[in-house]
Design a protein around this ligand. Structure first.
Ligand code: PMV
Length: 305
């Protein structure tokens, strides 16, 4: 089975689109794909009820976007491969968990496997970026890089992924706001704000870069308290760009009141998910219950050794 990881952005989303570094951790959840020879190229994503032919324009907007992304991946092969690609997902879409990159990486790996082609993770991530451009417009590449490599890493556009060795394992609660976030729209909104007031936005991005640099050392030394404080500051900067929603803010507050070391939205924002860093598994369960008590779904992710 060909696999692509989902991911959590620990610090640095959006600023990463403007060349600043970001810290991200791959999730064990993601997308699995298998490709089998067929008379023409087809994509099937059972959990989303998608079954489409690459050459047939789709009436449904979301299905058409998936078709175009699939075609962008197929275009990376010469000659165009005719395969039926079936995908299973263990991640929600539009949640800021890198679902589209996980999907794209899994498809590339499935096609490569079917064609007997071998590529390393950076080359797979690069190929998957063609689909991310369809989904996101202007992706930084962080989602595809993590989806292909796994692990915890610092990413900067145009540079190789720098793996981060954790001083302590990370226990995070991932809470879903129940609101669908569109990364394409939030990235476009930040671009408009940047065009209107570049000095102000660059200052925010510089602030986020400082949090990321500091966060990398907190991850390495295992100073979770420090990492939590950095997440709280990152959430404030993301809110100042109107990327949080009242529901996400309420969830971060509830998590911190229940004992989380820090909480922030993760990924594109405008809905989707937030993450809360916890000292240990028992604390994470309390935070999970606090989020469920305000009507939100949440799961615990344990990352690294
Ligand atoms: O919403 P997601 O999981 O695709 O995360 C997007 C991260 C951004 O920094 C907002 C965009 C990007 O391409 O880096």
């Amino acid at each position: 089975m060909a696999f692509g990881h989902g991911k959590l952005i620990l610090l640095g989303e959006h600023a990463v689109v403007y060349g600043r570094p970001a810290l991200a951790a791959a999730l064990p959840q993601g997308a699995e794909a298998v490709a089998e020879p067929a008379d023409r190229a087809r994509l099937e994503i059972a959990p989303w009820g998608v079954a489409l032919d690459a050459s047939e324009i789709q009436a449904d907007e979301r299905a058409e976007q998936l078709r175009q992304a699939f075609c962008a991946l197929l275009d990376g092969y010469d000659p165009l491969p005719a395969f039926r690609v079936r995908v299973e997902l263990s991640l929600p879409g539009g949640a800021g968990l890198g679902g589209s990159a996980a999907l794209s990486v899994a498809i590339v790996r499935a096609l490569d496997a079917a064609l007997g082609r071998q590529r390393d993770a950076p080359a797979v991530a690069e190929a998957a970026l063609a689909a991310e451009r369809v989904f996101h417009g202007n992706p930084s590449g962080i989602d595809s890089a993590l989806a292909a490599s796994g692990g915890v890493a610092l990413y900067r556009k145009g540079s190789p992924l720098e793996s981060v060795r954790l001083g302590r394992k990370l226990t995070l609660v991932v809470g879903h706001s129940g609101e669908q976030g569109s990364t394409r729209e939030t990235v476009a909104s930040v671009a408009r704000q940047h065009a209107r007031n570049p000095a102000k936005l660059d200052q925010i991005f510089d602030g986020i870069e400082a949090l990321v640099t500091n966060g990398r050392s907190a991850l390495q030394t295992g100073e979770l308290w420090r990492l939590g404080q950095l997440m709280i500051l990152n959430q404030k900067l993301l809110s100042s760009m109107m990327l949080s929603t009242s529901r996400l803010s309420e969830m971060c507050q509830a998590a911190e009141q229940a004992g989380a070391l820090g909480a922030k939205l993760t990924g594109g924002g405008g809905g989707g998910c937030m993450i809360a860093l916890c000292e240990h598994a028992a604390a994470a369960e309390r935070v999970q219950h606090a989020l469920e008590a305000i009507g939100r779904e949440a799961f615990i992710a344990e990352l690294g050794a």
